[in-house]
Design a protein around this ligand. Structure first.
Ligand code: BGC
Length: 430
């Protein structure tokens, strides 16, 4: 059906099972952007990714990335200007503790300043403890064994860092994410070898998954021992697997379920849940034909309904409120997607599916769009996820507003999808 008017859009919405009259989201819904410190601020010289870059494993080095370390106030103004009420950020552990047991007071104050600046702008901080990075000294454990997440020492150090972070920042931060996409980090870092530490070793991969399970559980306990009212989760990478091009996506990926099951305390002697909400990142659907492309290309197969299905799957499995910790579309300056998907259409269609799940009773705390500005995409600046884009050739790294920022602003300020947005984008890729 051609969508010409708001009424058309509403009836299409109903036809798709999205109640048209209820495209508003509940009051207090968290509208945010998701960011990560290394991707915003770049190489600090002391993290595992600094070493990975130095060893020459990346096409492009991060440098100062988007210069986020100095420009956080300006960036938070952009988030506030769009009418957002939340801000997902990460702490750079290696800046805080560049050498084992040696803490940098300037870095500690810096993250206080960022959190304070977010709160002053009405943005609730959602703080990730480790977003793919950790201090390089963890690659050289005292035991002399394999380092990084292969080492059980890293689990202990991470628990201690979580405890320290809760004591330091916990009076200001309610929402925590211990580990960003541990299933993704294990896969890319220890099995496929494209992220630090660049290993391709199935044994290391399974050891690392096990350590991530332990690390989340330990960090959860550490944070809750300081602030029992804190809301703690981790955010696995979730994708839908499509059986055949047209068929409904069928299953969740097994390692993500194993980690969530472990965090829920399934299979433990006494039920011990270590999740206060289920956070997850959702970007696309896979099928047997596109698996390799997804790893090497940015034209990810867009499947908005997968967000609805994932919400249903996760809520009915875990019965906890959900948070979308990441969702977004990369564009590239020199390339238009062959299927035409734009960032605005992507966001509107995913939010329509999210609203559909909520209308059917799935509780969702918030939606963190990836990302506020273009940033360092782990080896390259080519994919551009930012609502504000940055021309890498411009030495001033000026943030340039994109059309998707207007779209997201309209959504956040109206607490939902406006008739104009539905009319323009619902069921369409651009
Ligand atoms: C990661 C981000 C990354 C984004 C887009 C997620 O896997 O958490 O660090 O930039 O996806 O690729």
């Amino acid at each position: 059906m051609a969508v010409r008017t708001a009424q058309d859009a509403a009836s299409l919405t109903r036809a798709q099972g999205v109640p048209g009259a209820e495209q508003t989201f509940p009051k207090g819904f968290m509208w945010g952007v998701a960011t990560a410190e290394y991707q915003n601020s770049g190489d600090d010289g002391t993290s595992n990714w600094s070493e990975f870059e130095r060893e020459g494993h990346v096409a492009e080095k991060s440098g100062i990335a988007a210069d986020g370390y100095r420009r956080y106030a300006e960036d938070l103004d952009l988030a506030k200007g769009m009418g957002l009420n939340s801000y997902r950020m990460s702490l750079e552990w290696s800046r805080i503790e560049p050498r084992r047991g040696v803490f940098d007071p300037d870095a500690i104050s810096h993250y206080h300043a960022v959190i304070d600046a977010a709160i002053a702008r009405g943005l609730t901080p959602v703080v990730t403890l480790s977003h793919f990075t950790y201090p390089a000294w963890l690659d050289h454990p005292l035991s002399g064994g394999p380092g990084g997440w292969e080492s059980p020492e890293t689990v202990i150090e991470f628990r201690d860092f979580a405890f320290w972070a809760a004591q330091e920042y916990g009076s200001k931060v309610r929402y925590w994410l211990t580990l960003n996409e541990p299933n993704g980090e294990a896969l890319t870092g220890y099995l496929v070898g494209v992220f630090a530490p660049g290993k391709r070793n199935p044994l290391a991969y399974s050891r690392v998954l096990d350590h991530f399970n332990q690390a989340h559980r330990a960090a959860y306990g550490a944070i809750k021992s300081v602030y029992p009212g804190a809301m703690v989760s981790f955010n696995p990478f979730v994708f839908k697997y499509q059986k055949g091009a047209a068929a409904r996506a069928e299953s969740l990926n097994p390692n993500q379920n194993a980690m969530l099951d472990a965090a829920m305390g399934y299979g433990q002697a006494s039920a011990s849940c270590t999740l206060d909400y289920v956070a997850f990142d959702y970007y696309y659907a896979l099928n047997t034909g596109n698996f390799y492309d997804v790893l090497h290309d940015w034209d990810w197969p867009v499947y908005p309904q997968g967000l609805y299905e994932t919400c249903q799957d996760l809520y009915h499995r875990y019965h906890l409120p959900l948070m979308i910790a990441e969702n977004g579309l990369a564009t590239r300056s020199d390339h238009t997607r062959s299927d035409g998907w734009t960032a605005s259409a992507y966001v509107v269609n995913h939010l329509a599916q999210l609203r559909r799940a909520m209308a059917e009773g799935v509780p969702v705390l918030g939606y963190m769009l990836w990302s506020l500005t273009d940033n360092y995409e782990w080896g390259s600046f080519e994919p551009r996820f930012g609502l504000f884009t940055i021309d890498r050739k411009d030495p001033s790294l000026t943030r340039l507003r994109t059309e998707a920022a207007d779209t997201y602003q309209a959504i956040a300020t109206h607490d939902g999808l406006t008739p104009a947005l539905l009319e323009r984008y619902l069921g369409k890729s651009h």
